[in-house]
Design a binder for this molecule. Structure first.
Ligand SMILES: Nc1ccn([C@@H]2O[C@H](COP(=O)(O)OP(=O)(O)OP(=O)(O)O)[C@@H](O)[C@H]2O)c(=O)n1
Ligand SMILES: C[C@](O)(CO)[C@H](O)COP(=O)(O)O
Length: 232
């Protein structure tokens, strides 16, 4: 049976927490849109055979231009996303034709090749996988009035990232089930978990940030500069 691996890269958000006129995924990092940096990581990865990019309706044309300009020939389609991340992912899943899918945030350009490989290996072994890091801060559950309810044991807490890796057919079923039930999750794994799919955590790097607020841009510039990226 084919073990082909594809990626759905989601970049249809508005980036409100960034507070910029330009959506954060299109802000320049070392002269290149953040989304292009992210796409290039998966374009370069030998495991990935197909990429579907999900973006805002008004950005489809310029994304298609960037796909051509940066020779991102693994991108098979650029599609319009939805009002929530979950809707965007679902629209992307429908366009992919591989056995496995890695769902990845377009604003996480610092994922490393070996992390992508590890996510696939663990997903093959366990059923599904998510890249993550152990939390460094103490986490507390707090009620609506700001009163501390509990302090979970930190040793069991992980900060979940992307890519999140699944058998495409299983993730599509999980998405359809969530849609039927009106369930809205903040990541893909929560939909898989509720459908009974076992998910493994793959320890990654704290550098695999989701560029979300202005201070993340400073970190992103520093990281990109210090990675000495070979301009392609
Ligand atoms: N309707 C949406 C919402 C989010 N995303 C994508 O999902 C990823 C993670 O979402 P987030 O960081 O929350 O991005 P935004 O929703 O754009 O940010 P904000 O919540 O600050 O508006 C991003 O690459 C974003 O573009 C998407 O494709 N479709
Ligand atoms: C999917 C995710 O990046 C895992 O941490 C996160 O849940 C996305 O949340 P957002 O609010 O859509 O950025």
């Amino acid at each position: 049976m084919s073990n082909s691996v594809g990626a759905v890269i989601v970049a249809a958000g508005r980036g409100t927490r960034m507070g910029t006129a330009e959506s954060k995924q299109y802000l320049l990092l070392q002269g290149k849109p953040i989304i292009v940096h992210t796409l290039e990581v998966f374009q370069r990865h030998p495991l990935i055979s197909e990429i579907v990019l999900v973006t805002g309706q008004e950005d489809v044309d310029r994304c298609r231009e960037w796909v051509k300009a940066y020779k991102l020939d693994k991108v098979s389609s650029v599609v319009t996303g939805g009002s929530e991340r979950q809707h965007s992912v679902h629209l992307g899943l429908r366009k992919l034709g591989t056995t496995w899918v890695m769902v990845h945030d377009g604003v996480r350009p610092f994922v490393q090749e070996e992390e992508i490989t590890a996510c696939y290996e663990y997903a093959k072994e366990i059923g599904a996988s998510v890249l993550a890091v152990p939390v460094k801060d103490t986490i507390k559950q707090v009620d609506g009035e700001g009163k501390v309810l509990s302090t979970p044991d930190r040793r069991s807490l992980w900060a979940i990232q992307t890519p999140q890796t699944f058998r495409l057919s299983e993730l599509i079923m999980a998405y359809e089930s969530a849609e039927r039930d009106g369930f809205l999750g903040t990541d893909d794994s929560s939909l898989a978990e509720r459908s009974g799919i076992p998910v493994a955590v793959v320890e990654g790097s704290y550098a695999n940030i989701k560029i979300t607020t202005p201070e993340d841009l400073d970190f992103a510039e520093f990281t990109q500069r210090n990675r000495g990226e070979v301009q392609t």
